[in-house]
Design a binder for this molecule. Structure first.
Ligand code: UD1
Ligand code: CA
Length: 453
């Protein structure tokens, strides 16, 4: 006997008012459906089936790395009909776990308990109590507390609407029973849908006992139907994640103002100020401080690095002891060696900068290489693009580039060279040479400025 997992993801998600299928909307940077898939993958299982429909091939197309069987539900005729589509290939002896593509916070722990609970009777159901059960299916129990039915909100009587125990939708059912019951479902209800929940009454008439499992928290079984619920789930997820990080030693100034949309690998003594966003895969060494309002994506940062406020770093490697920002923009394929200083309003792209070099103010360097212990003055610009092609600027070790210099690439400035302020460098500069290109200054004595009449 094995476990097969069916994830329902064919619903339309009308209330998102979006052209994108609901399950592709992201929570912490990851599609809702990927959260559910990752949790499913963590369980010991035989196969995973995802029932998709609305949004057509967009869903399987954008999640091609999933190791699942995609099952198309041509028309959304209800949850029972959706499950039916996935069953034909599932062995009768297996248990089937039903998951929902738009309920992303369900935990592996709850699902394990649910799976274990089905081992006896072949049917377990996850329920929970909520204060405002509106919209959910209500759990109907008999005098001995046995579950005997689930009634959908739209079909419920006023008395039934007062029941606060709700169907989370998560269940485990033995495949042969599920096939038999699902194939016998009707759609004689207010929504004319084939309700999966109607299998409860079929189980009761077949004398199969339903083992109830109570969900630990209401939040993990909450579905996402609109953008407000998505934002609420996001805040919850981020807060839980922030607390995990703090318990592993990260200093967060305010856990409610920290967002990680990916994976953050940490060292010791990392201090992160407010409104920092981490995306993709980011690795921090020891003793890294990140100032307020920084955005850091797919980057490796070594030890003793200080990132000052309002800095953006995307796809870069930052060496030991670097100082970056405030207001710096480090673009993809940039590598900073040890003790590099990057100051305010500096943009770097596809550039590597050697040990101890400084680019402190108002500079653009693209497709460049800078050696060690060089200083790039304020307002320096590499003119790397001729309108058709990108060209390289190579700057050696111990070079001094004065302020307001344009380097017209391709160009090579050798070790020890000095570039005077205001120079437009159009030719290579040799070792220890001075390059200067300025028009001679004129001074006119007794100059009368124009005056307004
Ligand atoms: C369903 C349950 C309800 C439960 C609630 C929990 C039924 C009849 N009702 O109601 O008891 O309290 O979930 O959130 O099962 N889907 C398909 N194909 C379809 C219809 C739905 O794949 O034809 C998918 C949806 O994408 C969604 C899930 O099934 O992921 C649930 O469908 P939805 O219409 O949201 O069910 P509810 O009315 O919320
Ligand atoms: Ca519905």
């Amino acid at each position: 006997m094995g476990l097969c997992i069916v994830i329902l993801a064919a619903g339309q998600g009308t209330r998102m008012y979006s052209d994108k299928p609901k399950v592709l909307h992201t929570l912490a940077g990851k599609p809702l459906l990927k959260h559910v898939y990752d949790t499913a993958m963590a369980l010991v299982h035989r196969d995973i089936y995802i029932v998709y429909g609305h949004g057509g091939e967009d869903v399987p197309d954008s999640l091609q790395d999933f190791q699942v069987s995609w099952v198309k539900q041509e028309q959304q005729l209800g949850t029972g009909h959706a499950v039916q589509q996935a069953l034909p290939d599932i062995p009768d002896v297996d248990n089937v776990l039903i998951l929902y593509g738009d309920v992303p916070l369900i935990t592996e722990e709850s699902l394990k308990i649910l799976v274990d609970a089905a081992s006896e009777s072949g049917f377990s159901l996850l329920t929970t109590y909520i204060e405002n059960p509106q919209g959910y299916g209500r759990i109907i129990r008999d005098d001995s507390e046995n579950i005997i039915a689930i009634v959908e909100e739209k079909d419920a009587s006023d008395a039934q609407k007062n029941i606060c125990e709700i169907n989370t939708g998560f269940m485990v059912v033995k495949a042969d029973l599920l096939k038999q019951w699902v194939n016998a479902l009707g759609n004689d209800n207010k929504q004319n849908e084939y309700y999966l929940t109607d299998i409860v009454e079929k189980a009761v008439s077949d004398k199969i006992k339903i083992t109830p499992v109570l969900a630990e928290s209401g939040i993990e079984v909450k579905g996402i139907n609109n953008r407000a619920q998505l934002a609420e789930a996001e805040r919850y997820f981020q807060l839980v994640q922030a607390h995990h990080l703090m318990h592993r030693g990260v200093g967060l100034c305010d856990p409610s103002r920290f967002d990680c949309r990916g994976e953050l690998e940490i060292g010791r003594d990392n201090e992160i100020d407010i409104n920092v966003i981490i995306e993709g895969r980011v690795k921090l060494g020891n003793n890294v401080t990140i100032g307020a309002n920084c955005y850091i994506k797919d980057t490796i940062i070594a030890d003793n690095v200080n990132i000052l406020p309002n800095t953006m770093i995307d796809n870069a490697v930052i060496g030991n002891g670097c100082n970056i920002g405030p207001f710096a923009r480090i673009r993809p394929e940039t590598t900073l060696d040890e003790d590099v200083h990057i100051g305010n309003f500096v943009e770097l792209k596809k550039t590597d900068i050697g040990k101890g070099s400084k680019v402190n103010h108002l500079t653009y360097m693209g497709d460049s290489h800078v050696g060690t212990e060089s200083n790039i003055g304020a307002g320096t610009i590499t003119c790397n693009y001729d309108g058709a092609y990108k060209h390289q600027t190579i700057i050696g070790d111990n070079v001094f580039v004065g302020s307001d210099v344009q380097l017209i690439a391709p160009v090579n400035v050798h070790d020890g060279a000095t570039i005077a302020a205001g120079t437009t460098v159009t030719k290579d500069v040799g070792q220890n040479e001075l390059a200067i290109s300025r028009t001679t200054q004129k001074t006119l004595p007794g100059w009368k400025r124009p005056v307004k009449k």
